[in-house]
Design a protein around this ligand. Structure first.
Ligand SMILES: Cc1cc2nc3c(=O)[nH]c(=O)nc-3n(C[C@H](O)[C@H](O)[C@H](O)COP(=O)(O)OP(=O)(O)OC[C@H]3O[C@@H](n4cnc5c(N)ncnc54)[C@H](O)[C@@H]3O)c2cc1C
Length: 477
């Protein structure tokens, strides 16, 4: 029998529910369908699940006691954070949900160690604030930061806008505390930068999407607060020059570059169309733009001169054709609005098939050209929108339905279109999931594109942590 199958897992009985209620109290459990509704579906409504109960423990020992009961009775569980994930990883199909929202305290801030130790249920934006109140900077930043939890960020190894300079959540984590599927607590809350004592267990849990245990706490790295930023919006000569421009920007800024985002003209046009207050930063139209940001830890550091010199040299070398340097906070916000607004503008424009992929940075132009050609031949009139964090080789490769096309008809080609994109990504030794993880959405791709050796290793890891398959079954594997 497949140990990952949910079929053999029993229903939740009243007796088990009573035992769990004793642990978390009546406020710690939701069984009324209206109360449970927000926990059962993801924000876009693509994944809608069901569950007999939402359990909301408020301490690590409560989580451990609940998991212990579930382990004893072989009751399957889905760990859940802010439920902002886009791959259905936190959605239940009959399992109980363990939501960490009440486990939300900052346990300790150590400014001299540049670390903070936090509960897994803390909201990301709150942690950014906590760091700032302690004159430190926590750089993880993404669109859902007002509602996602750090536990969810850890479980999905979240990326976001500052990966180029600070890395993914994986690089921002020094220690973890995890409740294992058998109810034992692993206390790995070390705040060390150096610790060469065998297997690095925390890295196995980071990105494991709740399939190996419930993350209950973490030690996170902090940084000096950037005191100065220089932001520019540049028009590229063509897509090929973007790679050389990025490389030059890294050298020119001594790698204090924090943002390098690709913006295609079609994305800018959609922002201009759907958000009337948006301003086109340049008089002429260009096919591709980049939003570039340098940071410095000190004020009056001469960063403006660094940016100016970089842009002027890049212009002389014909890597770019035009550039605007932001002169105010307001202007910077406008530039970022173009970047962030593109996402919502695509939804307002109609149907969009989204791919979040990565390729080696040097292969970004080749990927975009190849994918555009293949997709345009397959579906005439399709509107490819390639944008995003290309400083990390991460491209949001979205396909907008042809103007006037029937949305449903277009969306019915989702799998064919995604397959074509992923084939090219695979050929370039890229990844079909640069952010967001696998959840239940990309299980087939995982099985198709990972080698047999990798799948076997992953299955063995899963079996050794969760031999009865009760922790988030059906996700990843
Ligand atoms: C507008 C928007 C923008 C986004 N931008 C980005 C982006 O730039 N980069 C990016 O990487 N993602 C992005 N995301 C996706 C999402 O916000 C992230 O994946 C986030 O890290 C998920 O956190 P969450 O608390 O909402 O987790 P959930 O959605 O609740 O869960 C996600 C997964 O983590 C597991 N999980 C959650 N908490 C725990 C825990 N404590 N222990 C064990 N497992 C757990 C769940 O089982 C599930 O598999 C975006 C989402 C939205 C809606």
């Amino acid at each position: 029998m497949n140990i990952f199958s949910k079929d053999k897992l029993p229903e939740l009985s009243k007796d088990i529910l009573d035992k769990i209620t004793k642990v978390v109290g009546v406020n710690g459990i939701l069984i009324n369908s209206t109360d449970m509704e927000p926990y059962l579906k993801e924000s876009r409504g693509i994944f809608v699940g069901n569950s007999p109960a939402i359990i909301r423990p408020k301490s690590t020992t409560e989580v451990a006691a609940v998991v212990n009961i579930c382990s004893e009775h072989k009751v399957a569980m889905v760990p859940q954070g802010g439920n902002t994930g886009l791959c259905g990883g936190g959605i239940a199909s009959g399992e109980i949900i363990i939501n960490l929202e009440r486990l939300n305290k900052v346990r300790d801030v150590d400014p001299y160690n540049y670390t903070m130790t936090v509960d897994a249920g803390c909201i990301l934006a709150e942690l950014q604030k906590t760091a700032e109140e302690n004159s430190r900077y926590f750089p993880l930043s993404l669109g859902a930061e007002g509602s996602c939890q750090i536990g969810g960020n850890l479980a999905t190894n979240a990326g976001g806008t500052a990966v180029l300079r600070y890395g993914n959540t994986r690089e921002l984590t020094l220690g973890l505390e995890v409740v294992l599927p058998n109810g034992k607590i692993w206390d790995g809350l070390k705040s060390l930068r150096k610790d060469n004592t065998g297997y690095n267990l925390k890295q196995i849990f980071i990105g494991s999407e709740g399939t190996l245990g419930v993350i209950t706490g973490a030690v996170l790295k902090l940084f000096p607060i950037p005191l100065e930023r220089q932001t520019s919006f540049v028009a590229l000569k063509n897509l090929e020059t973007v790679i050389e421009l990025l490389s030059k920007a890294r050298l020119a800024s001594a790698d204090t570059i924090s943002t390098f985002e690709l913006i295609p003209r079609i994305g800018l046009d959609l922002s201009l169309k759907h958000f009337p207050g948006t301003v086109d930063p340049m008089l002429d139209k260009h096919e591709y733009y980049a939003l570039i940001e340098f940071e410095s830890g000190s004020k009056n550091s001469g960063l403006n001169l660094v940016m100016e010199r970089f842009l002027s040299e890049a212009h002389e070398e014909e890597l770019l054709v035009d550039a605007v340097i932001c002169q105010s906070v307001n202007q910077r916000e406008q530039m970022w609005f173009i970047r962030e607004g593109m996402v919502l503008a695509q939804s307002l424009e109609g149907a969009s098939i989204k791919n979040d992929v990565s390729v080696p940075i040097s292969k970004v132009p080749e990927f975009i050209h190849r994918a555009n050609t293949v997709l345009s031949n397959y579906f005439p009139g399709i509107r490819p929108i390639a944008f995003g964090h290309i400083g990390d080789g991460n491209i949001h490769y979205n396909l907008q339905q042809p103007i006037g096309a029937d949305n449903e008809k277009f969306l019915s080609r989702w799998h064919d279109i995604t397959d074509m994109v992923v084939e090219i990504v695979d050929d370039l030794k890229g990844s079909f999931s640069a952010e967001h993880g696998i959840g239940m959405f990309k299980v087939n791709e995982l099985l198709k594109y990972k080698s047999a050796v990798e799948i076997e290793l992953m299955q063995n890891i899963k079996k050794s942590f969760d031999p009865t398959g009760i922790m988030n079954p059906g996700k990843i594997l």
